[in-house]
Write a protein that binds this ligand. Sequence first.
Ligand code: ADP
Ligand code: MG
Length: 530
Amino acid sequence: MMLTSARAGSLKDPEIAELFYKDDPEKLFVDLREIGHGSFGAVYFARDMRSSEVVAIKKMSYSGKQSNEKWQDIIKEVKFLQNLRHPNTIEYKGCYLREHTAWLVMEYCLGSASDLLEVHRKPLQEVEIAVITHGALQGLAYLHSHNMIHRDVKAGNVLLTEPGQVKLADFGSASIVAPANSFVGTPYWMAPEVILAMDEGQYDGKVDVWSLGITCIELAERKPPLFNMNAMSALYHIAQNESPILQSNHWSDYFRNFVDSCLQKIPQDRPTSDVLLKHVFVQRDRPQTVIMDLIQRTKDAVRELDNLQYRKMKKILFQETRNGPTAETQEEDEDLDGCVGRTGTINSVESSHSVPSMSISASSQSSSVNSLADPSDDNSEIAMMQEGDHTVTSNSSVIHLLPSNDDLYDDPYPGESEPQLPTSSSTSAAAQRRAHYRNREHFATIRTASLVTRQIQEHEQDSALRDQMSGYKRMRRQHQKQLMALENKLKAEMDEHQLRLDKELESQRNNFAAECEKVCKKQQGLLEKE
Ligand code: ADP
Ligand code: MG
């Protein structure tokens, strides 16, 4: 369904042109700080100069490889966002273009439901899950009533605002038409009918209801079911096996029943979002302040964790100044990583942030350029970083042993320019990072600095899985094509046979008629003779 006509960045079509403001976003938005990193690039905190309003900006590049596809992805997401008007969907504020990058401006949120799990490292309480689920469900019911499907519902795409609202976000995978049939979403959260959907297979908003059920389990158990499996096996498992259920039995029957309803394998047995809104689990009375309290608790924990990290960095800096970067420093850093709560027993790449959704087809390559570069930096530095050593692992322990350019990988706020850029000494880089931690005081968030950093690093690893996924998608397409070709061939053969039969019948009929005529004539002759 790709619009092949539109070249990347082309505004010839007035319908496309009117999707974008003409102003230069660099002049309108200041104080940019990276707060998240996804498949397309980075998301920033920023301030609108005109109103001083705080916003979030998702920068999506459409240069480099597959630029036309990336451009189409941007247009699709912008068109989708433009139509949204509901308290439980993210508020869109417009899109700007600059240097082959689209700046999608949205209302600023503190972080996602997945960040809550990340910070507290334990499941949420049932009442908290109920409020978050209720908010997401209202957003979904709104989408579904307008024939839209989100297709990537998961805790990472459910955001929370300062006043405690719940917002569906990330419409990069959404479909404007229900029913739809493409293979889109994030593996572990995918409904069976999406996995099984072939060309003729169609699905609707109920796929979001399934993903919401999986999200409930995610919030209750920290990870979606099958998360220890690789994504391909999980897909197979979801399609073939029985639906997952809540593991622990300390949850209420309402909650269990809600999850069970969402996770009905046959879509016809699964309630619609509209019907689910009446479920006791989301309708039950609960204190008004549930989310506000949760947010406050999370903010406090984030501040605590960041301070801890900051103190550790100061220590490293001190030691480096005395001894220079040594193996000891590496130990310190590992220690530091442990301090943010990562116990040894937890698998180090387990963060759900690292699972890419498969909807974003094109925009995976050059996005790291986008995110690591200070908007005001020149390109020479970007090039250096790209050539840099990409072996930096997600547990940031090796950073100190790498040359200074790579230190930028560990920089929680690459969007901020410091007076001095890192020189050849890693000590000054550490000093720079320390300064960044101090700067965090400026805005409200429920994401730790180390999480933001890790996400940037994990983005590199995402690409591998994404490749695997696109391979799988290609295979499915091929399979579908073969099936269709076979079907067509059989149909053609059948038509041919039919034609031959018709012809034969026709000639038989003619023969018969001729024979009849002969007989008739003969009889007539006989009669006449008599
Ligand atoms: P992706 O398609 O890569 O998942 P998202 O739109 O979900 O992209 O954005 C990636 C991350 O950026 C989110 O998980 C969230 O942490 C952060 N983010 C996105 N939009 C906002 C926003 N409006 N306010 C605050 N953070 C946001
Ligand atoms: Mg997302």
